[in-house]
Design a protein around this ligand. Structure first.
Ligand code: SAM
Length: 345
């Protein structure tokens, strides 16, 4: 399993093409699992190049499926490739690939959302956070309904240096629906600026690599797909707990077209809403009539710091959720409502 810089023969021997394997194992893409395969090896090679040099690297590929991207990763010289695939139909084809690359590929039949990647690689590959990233990469072309929750989970892992980031600033190269790529990379003032732009950019350098047209996939998805590369920052741009930042940003973007103070108000219970909102905006020195999309990360940093200070004085604030207050109000209103005797049950 140890990655060595002297890998003798890195190219795979001749194998059936991915298309032939799909036919051989009758690997029909499951629409309900949003399976869209990349069979063009020039495109999978291009995707893999976005990760940088993989010579002698440890790589985790998420959702290898029929193994097109997997071949490109092996051909790029990865010394230790761990693939995590949920759908058992792909395992025999992946075993064939693994036999063609002896001692270089490990297969986990499992779910990437629960897989403990911190246990998947040797501790010796770790690099201190402040140094260059470790020689470990996460690469994947996942279904969109998995890649978005997964990147949010991994952003939290980055903030806490857990999961794949126990090894240091592990880099990620992943595909997303083009719309999500626009949001992940949107800068201040852009129409697409949203919650996920702030969450990703305060923790990582986020690079939009290239767009893969829908017709490159089999079957063709409804939308185009983009490739994004993430490198965790040595120093996150906001130094507050992830959950606190997430709460402030979620509230700010609740009313994305209104002035930002509208969303910030919802951080506080009705009784003290006006007073604490004003205090928080003043403390942060942020203009309350800026729109959420106009806020820079330093603005958000100042707002989270002001909110953290208010919570330090009044710890109950941290647990306060506007939607929960609303739900309880509805419940008690409904309880008080007289039963309409004219309605039959
Ligand atoms: N990487 C292949 C390619 O580019 O052709 C397949 C891409 S297909 C969009 C997504 C793959 O991820 C499928 O093989 C699917 O079974 C797998 N997958 C979906 N959800 C997963 C999960 N939670 N954990 C691991 N694999 C998953």
């Amino acid at each position: 399993m140890a990655a060595s810089s002297k890998v003798p023969s890195l190219r795979l021997p001749p194998l059936p093409t991915v298309g032939e394997l799909i036919k051989l194992y009758k690997l029909r893409a499951e629409k309900q699992l949003s399976q869209n395969f990349l069979l063009d090896l020039r495109l999978t090679d291009k995707l893999v190049r976005q990760a940088g040099s993989l010579r002698g690297a440890h790589v985790c590929e998420v959702g290898p499926g029929p193994g097109g991207l997997t071949r490109s990763i092996l051909n790029a010289g990865a010394a230790d490739l761990l693939v995590v695939e949920k759908d058992s139909r792909f395992i025999p084809g992946l075993k064939l690939l693994s036999e063609a690359a002896p001692d270089r590929m490990r297969i986990v039949h499992g779910d990437i959302l629960t897989y403990r990647m911190d246990r998947g690689f040797p501790a010796q590959i770790s690099k201190p956070w402040e140094e260059d990233p470790p020689n470990l990469h996460i690469i994947g072309n996942l279904p969109f309904n998995v890649s978005t929750p997964l990147i949010i989970k991994w952003l939290e892992n980055i903030a806490n240096r857990t999961g794949p980031f126990t090894f240091g600033r592990t880099q990620l190269t992943l595909t997303f629906q083009k719309e999500v790529v626009e949001r992940l990379t949107a800068s201040t003032g852009c129409r697409q600026r949203s919650r996920i732009s702030i969450m990703a950019q305060y923790l990582c350098t986020v690079r939009k690599c290239f767009v893969i047209p829908g017709q490159a996939f089999v079957p063709k998805p409804e939308v185009d797909v983009g490739v994004v590369h993430f490198t965790p920052l040595v120093q996150p741009q906001i130094q507050q707990p992830f959950k606190l930042v997430e709460k402030v940003v979620r509230n700010i973007f609740q009313f994305r077209r209104k002035h930002c103070h509208k969303g910030i108000e919802r951080l506080f219970p009705e009784v003290c809403r006006a007073e604490l909102t004003q205090e928080m905006m003043q403390q942060a020195d942020v203009d309350p009539v800026l729109r959420p999309t106009e806020l820079t990360i330093p603005h958000v940093r100042a707002l989270t710091e002001a909110y953290a200070q208010l919570c330090a004085h009044e710890p109950d604030l941290l647990g306060y959720e506007f939607r929960e207050e609303l739900r309880l109000k509805h419940l008690s209103r409904n309880k008080r409502m007289p039963v309409d005797s004219t309605k039959s049950s």
